[in-house]
Design a protein around this ligand. Structure first.
Ligand SMILES: NC(=O)c1ccc[n+]([C@@H]2O[C@H](COP(=O)([O-])OP(=O)(O)OC[C@H]3O[C@@H](n4cnc5c(N)ncnc54)[C@H](O)[C@@H]3O)[C@@H](O)[C@H]2O)c1
Length: 360
């Protein structure tokens, strides 16, 4: 059985707390009784779960740029966190082509700044450093990537995540083997869930279009992605954080968190299944593909997470689609008490997931 009780009354810094994953993680940690401190430079989307759910009122939120090392060092020294979940990043592939330096400085030097701030802590601290499945050198083979496979990244975002992995690895080998600090990196793929409003992501693009009663425009209907609900990798992050706290043997390790192989469906299928839940005909149109490089096939091998953490996906593909639909349909229908409604819906999905996860 997975036990997250370690987080009760612990001080937890979440970087990127205003983002999609960060908002879900904040609510989950609060549900577990943690005291959450958020660090983000901005709110990346309008609307956002962070603002709609008024999460700034529930935690100590710091609007700061992780590229500002002095600010990170000062804040970490003040908070003395027990855990750090480092999620802050420029997380959009298309944006990385428009602003490569911003992507590299946030994703690579930002990660170094966070780890350097941790290095100066005198208290024990566990760091879960979130990179991506895109950190691997994607050779477009049909097998799942394992944690020992080569890092790489042909596009700027992927390269920045591969580089963040190297930063974490060298901090582990240079310092964290000997200091009271522990670190793991975690690699997950495309996540889905209520409250994602990022641009150029398939579910938010669908919801935005359908809310206006329009078709969604898509470029690569045949592309397959390892779709998973946002709670799947977050459960992995919480699990590794809790296990790393107890077991030093996990220090310095990397873990993949992906769906079962049978959930590698095409974009077309995902949209059609969502559209069916929304009772929507004519859900999408295909437009010409843009010139930038984005890999077609990427699958993770998650045997290590199963073997060492007893982690495996909790929700079926059908449950994932249903949960996402329910969330956005509630959003669409909620005019009054939006914050309470969204917090309650998100927490009810987290509770359902946790309950199910216990018996997986
Ligand atoms: N969403 C996905 O499908 C997915 C897939 C794989 C990996 N990831 C990774 O998970 C993490 C979270 O993703 P997300 O989808 O929630 O991202 P998001 O775009 O929704 O949020 C990004 C967050 O990072 C913060 N941020 C960005 N640059 C910053 C900086 N320089 N200083 C301080 N804060 C900064 C933003 O303010 C925001 O809070 C990222 O590291 C991302 O690369 C996401």
């Amino acid at each position: 059985m997975k036990d997250f009780s370690i987080y009760k009354n612990k001080k937890v810094i979440v970087t990127g707390n205003t983002g999609f994953k960060g908002s879900w993680l904040t609510l989950w940690l609060q549900e577990l009784g943690a005291t959450v401190y958020g660090i983000s430079k901005d709110v990346p989307t309008t609307p956002s779960l962070f603002e709609d759910a008024k999460l700034d009122k529930k935690i100590t939120h710091h609007q700061l740029d992780i590229r500002n090392y002095e600010a990170m060092k000062k804040l970490f020294a003040e908070v003395k966190p027990d855990f750090v979940f480092h999620l802050a990043a420029q997380a959009i592939v298309s944006t990385s082509y428009q602003d490569p330096l911003d992507t590299f400085s946030s994703n690579v030097m930002g990660t170094a700044n966070i780890l350097e701030a941790v290095r100066h802590l005198t208290n024990p601290c566990v760091v879960v450093c979130v990179t991506s499945d895109k950190c691997y050198d994607n050779v477009e083979w049909e097998w799942g990537y394992r944690e020992t496979d080569a890092l790489g990244g042909k596009d700027i975002y992927s390269g920045s995540k591969g580089a963040a992995e190297l930063v974490a690895k060298s901090y582990y080998h240079s310092f964290m083997k000997k200091t009271p600090h522990r670190i793991c990196t975690v690699r997950a793929g495309n996540v889905l869930g209520g409250g994602d409003w990022a641009k150029d992501r398939i579910v938010p693009d669908c919801i935005r279009a359908w809310l206006k009663n329009e078709k969604v425009s898509i470029r690569n209907p045949k592309s397959t992605r390892p779709w998973q609900h946002v709670m799947e990798p977050l459960s992995g992050y919480l699990l590794i954080g809790s296990m790393l706290h107890q077991d030093i043997k996990l220090n310095g390790e990397a873990f993949n968190f992906g769906p079962n192989n049978d959930t590698n469906y095409s974009v077309e299928k995902l949209i059609s299944d969502l559209a069916q839940e929304w009772k929507r005909q004519d859900a999408f149109e295909v437009i010409p593909s843009e010139k930038f490089q984005e890999s077609n096939l990427l699958r993770l091998n998650c045997d290590k997470a199963l073997l060492k953490l007893q982690w495996k996906p909790t929700l079926s593909y059908a449950e994932t689609i249903k949960m996402i639909s329910d969330w956005y349909q509630l959003y669409q229908g909620s005019k009054n008490n939006l914050a309470e409604t969204l917090v309650e819906k998100t927490l009810s999905q987290i509770r359902h997931f946790q309950e199910k996860m216990k018996y997986e």
